[in-house]
Every structure is written in structure tokens, then in C-alpha cells.
Design a protein around this ligand. Structure first.
Ligand code: IMP
Ligand code: MG
Length: 179
């Protein structure tokens, strides 16, 4: 890693191994038939791509854009749907695929929105969970890794739109150095 403000927290190998385990668990938990994976843009798209291939079920994929953070590290507290789904969820098994649960503000809002569309089941798979930061309760059925209260980037996660394409997940110690 060239960037000295980055410290590796989870290697690409650790991430891929854990996603294979989650995929096997999800495959075992769901009945035959389609599973609707709802990817929360943009951070979760890398996780979605790997998780979907680790699930041995018929899978449908759709995307939802939610904005709750500005360009920095802190939540604006506002949640907004910036891109809605193309498909109906009524009567379907839905798994929301998210990169990280932090305050829980985004997902608690989103779950409320999705419940109104009357899916048969509705669960969350989050690659990362920072439980110390929780402000709103969120039930996360599938968690990749519980991590401490540190700002992380890579594998889809960004700081001001940077670093999404790193294969490892790293702690960003000093964002002013990470230019
Ligand atoms: P929440 O509403 O506070 O749970 O925020 C969830 C969203 O904030 C995630 O989907 C991320 O986009 C973003 N986020 C929270 N923590 C981090 C982090 O450590 N690195 C990068 N993005 C984060
Ligand atoms: Mg996100």
C-alpha cells in the first residue's frame, strides 16, 4: 500500500473467504426459488457482485440509491431515495445488501420503506457492522465482520468518492493525508 494514511484492517483474502461463508449460509437458509438482492448504491456494489456469485439460488438483482452522508465522514442525518427499484417486491424474498451499518439511520429508514412494498420476507446482509455507533436499532441477519469505531475505505467504501477500488478494507487514519 503506497498511501501512508491507510492501514489494512481486512485483506482481500479475508473478505472473499467470509463472503463464501455468508453465501453458503444464505443458500442454506432460503428455500428454492428466487431471492431478490437489493444493492444499496454505491458502496455495496462490490459486495453484491461477490455475494451474488456465492449464493447457489436463483438470484435477481436490483439497485437502490440512498443518500445519508455528505462528502465527509459524518452523517447529515437526512435520508433520501436518489434511485428507486425497477421491480416490485410484493410476495418476494428480499435481501438488502449493504456495505456497512454505522448509525443505522439509513437502514432503519430503508427497511420502513421496503416493508410497505409487502415482500414475503425482508432481511439485511451487511459486510461490515460498527455496533458502537448505533443510533437506531437495526436487525442485521448476515454480518460479514464486526469492526471497531474507525472510518474505513476500500472494497466499495469511499471517503469523498475515493478508494472504492481497493481490494482490501483499510482504516483511513488521516483523511487530509490521503490525497
Ligand atoms: P448509517 O446510516 O450511519 O448506518 O450509514 C450507513 C452509510 O454510511 C453506509 O452505507 C456508508 O455509505 C456510510 N459509512 C458509514 N461508515 C462508513 C465508513 O467507515 N466508511 C465509509 N462509509 C461509511
Ligand atoms: Mg452505503
Amino acid at each position: 500500500m503506497i498511501d501512508r494514511s491507510l492501514r489494512v484492517l481486512l485483506t482481500a483474502e479475508q473478505i472473499q473467504k467470509r463472503i463464501r461463508e455468508l453465501g453458503a449460509q444464505i443458500t442454506a437458509d432460503y428455500p428454492e426459488g428466487p431471492l431478490y438482492l437489493i444493492c444499496i448504491l454505491k458502496g455495496a456494489c462490490f459486495f453484491l457482485a461477490d455475494l451474488a456469485r456465492a449464493i447457489q439460488r436463483e438470484v435477481f438483482v436490483d439497485f437502490m440509491g440512498i443518500s445519508s452522508y455528505g462528502k465527509g465522514k459524518t452523517s447529515s442525518g437526512e435520508v433520501r431515495v436518489t434511485k428507486d427499484l425497477d421491480i416490485s417486491l410484493e410476495g418476494t424474498n428480499v435481501l438488502v445488501v449493504e456495505d456497512i451499518v454505522d448509525s443505522g439511520v439509513t437502514l432503519s429508514y430503508l427497511m420502513h420503506v421496503l416493508e410497505q412494498r409487502r415482500p414475503k420476507s425482508l432481511h439485511i446482509a451487511a459486510l461490515l457492522d460498527k455496533p458502537e455507533r448505533r443510533l437506531r436499532p437495526v436487525e442485521v441477519t448476515y454480518v460479514g465482520f464486526r469492526i471497531p469505531d474507525e472510518f474505513v475505505i476500500g472494497y466499495g467504501l469511499d471517503y469523498a468518492e475515493k478508494y472504492r477500488n481497493l481490494s482490501d478494507i483499510c482504516v483511513l487514519d488521516d483523511p487530509t493525508q490521503g490525497k
